[in-house]
Design a protein around this ligand. Structure first.
Ligand SMILES: Cc1cc2nc3c(=O)[nH]c(=O)nc-3n(C[C@H](O)[C@H](O)[C@H](O)COP(=O)(O)O)c2cc1C
Length: 130
């Protein structure tokens, strides 16, 4: 099993509807492909964690790299893992309107094994820019 964490830049301004469309499509595809994870978007930057079978992640990365809605994909973590961090999230959109404590708790509640503390820090410090 492989887990990737990356950040990328939105190419054009995206509406809430655009982001919900990405999340809905992701949830559908990921459920079929046994991929799980979460997505954050602050108006300009995405941060996403995806985890699942190697081949499913390879295929997803190919699609992500050619998706014109974002660019400048920078992989922060690329690790082989024994177990998923987020088995129940086909693709959870972590909203940025709550406070950091709430976000940390939501993650912790849905995370049977610990997430790398550096990743946890990036997630909890991600803020809305608009
Ligand atoms: C920031 C971002 C995150 C995405 N995350 C996923 C994902 O987790 N799973 C997925 O299947 N597609 C994801 N996509 C969409 C893919 O790039 C691609 O458009 C989609 O998988 C194509 O699906 P289709 O071949 O079924 O039309 C994401 C796109 C963006 C811009």
């Amino acid at each position: 099993m492989r887990q990737i964490v990356y950040v990328s830049a939105a190419t054009n301004p995206l509406s809430d509807k655009d982001v919900s469309d990405i999340v809905a499509k992701s949830q559908f595809n990921n459920a079929m492909a046994d991929v799980t994870g979460f997505l954050l978007f602050n108006g300009t930057t995405f941060m996403q964690l995806v985890e699942g079978p190697d081949r499913a992640i390879d295929k997803l990365l190919d699609r992500l790299y050619t998706d014109k809605r974002h660019h400048a994909i920078t992989v922060l973590e690329d690790n082989m893992i024994e177990k998923r961090n987020f088995p129940v999230w086909t693709m959870h959109h972590i909203r940025l309107n709550g406070d950091k404590q709430h976000r940390r708790e939501t993650l912790a509640r849905n995370m049977p094994i610990d997430l790398k503390s550096a990743v946890m820090r990036v997630v909890t410090n991600f803020t809305t820019l608009n």
